[in-house]
Ligand binder design. Structure first.
Ligand code: CP
Length: 331
């Protein structure tokens, strides 16, 4: 019979390192944001190379789990993981066992059995990323949970602003539209104030949240408040999150007339941003959306390098810009 040994305290394997997640901008300090933006900038130079793939995350598995529609976020996370040589699995609620009534916890446990390194999740329920973080051993990235948070959108917006205007601190950003239902507005306001910018929320009375002082910004229903802003950040009407039968605005035509961003309401040089998807002719006039002062395509491009930076940072425990730069050099 083999000898039984008691494993002493000192022989126990060391506790696994704490898993890091990106669930809310509130989890980040300014230095974290600076680090992520710096890594993203390092990756930017890889985009113009003939061979764009980097070996940084070879052998890692990134699962994209999307319970809500997405074009920009889902495609950029998938491409970001591929560009870093990670394996990817992309699962959408339609066509999966979620259609058959499987709970989020059981789906998370099922996917967790493959030992993914990162799970990127978008879900209509606030708190879904926390549930996945508890149910699996993966690092979790929130790709949008209800009207709560969309932290990588805020990071890519900061990246775009700094790339276009050279700074974030001291800028004034007007965020216009359906603030009430917007996770983008919530995350971005927190991110901008963290980085020293000021924010004014602008929209119809029923679409402005009541807790703006908690967010550390101003709020007004007067569209003329955008005049002084360096950046006008336009939001979509989030009809999928509105209570059925509730009248937040008299009509979309009335909304467009009173709060739509038209050429008459912006001045030359004033930058315009939109997280997408846009409803042209409702919250934004096509002439504004297509103008050279609109940064919308730059935002999409920034989404790729910012999400590469988030995946890289989570899986390598912080900045190794010299190694990353070297990897970019040899690519
Ligand atoms: N901005 C954003 O989250 O876009 P998608 O819904 O297309 O991902």
């Amino acid at each position: 019979m083999p000898e039984l040994r008691v494993i002493g305290e000192e022989m126990r394997p060391p506790a696994p390192p704490e898993r890091r997640h990106l669930i809310s901008i509130k989890d980040l300090a300014r230095e974290d944001v600076e680090r992520l933006l710096a890594i993203a900038r390092t990756f930017e130079s890889s985009l113009d190379r003939e061979v764009k793939k980097l070996p940084a995350l070879k052998g890692r598995l990134v699962v994209n789990l999307f319970y809500e529609s997405s074009t920009r976020t889902s495609s950029s996370f998938e491409l970001a993981a591929k560009r870093l040589s990670a394996d990817t699995m992309s699962i959408k609620s339609a066509g999966s066992s979620m259609d058959k009534g499987e709970s989020l916890k059981d789906t998370a446990l099922t996917l967790g059995a493959y030992d993914p390194d990162v799970i990127v999740i978008r879900h209509p329920q606030i708190g879904a990323p926390h549930l996945v973080a508890r149910a699996t051993r993966a690092h979790v990235v929130n790709a949008g949970d209800g009207k709560h948070q969309h932290p990588t959108q805020a990071l890519l917006d900061l990246y775009t602003i700094r790339a276009e205007l050279g700074r974030i601190e001291g800028l004034h950003v007007a965020i216009v539209g359906d603030v009430m239902h917007s996770r983008v507005a919530r995350s971005l306001t927190q991110a901008l104030t963290l980085m020293g910018a000021s924010v004014t929320l602008v929209g119809p009375p029923a679409l402005l949240p009541r807790d703006v002082e908690v967010l550390g910004c101003d709020a007004t229903t007067d569209i003329r408040a955008i005049a002084d802003a360096n950046i006008v950040y336009v939001l979509r009407m989030q009809r999928e999150r509105m209570e059925a039968g509730a009248n937040y605005v008299p009509s979309l035509r009335e909304y467009a007339a009173r709060w739509g961003i038209t050429p008459e309401r912006v001045r030359p040089g004033q930058k315009v941003m939109h997280p997408g998807p846009m409803n042209r002719g409702v919250e934004i006039d096509p002439r504004v959306a297509d103008h050279r002062d609109a940064l919308i395509e730059s935002q999409v491009r920034a989404g790729l390098v910012t999400r590469m930076a988030v995946l890289y940072d989570l899986l390598t425990s912080g900045p190794v810009p010299v190694q990353v730069a070297a990897a970019v050099e040899v690519a």
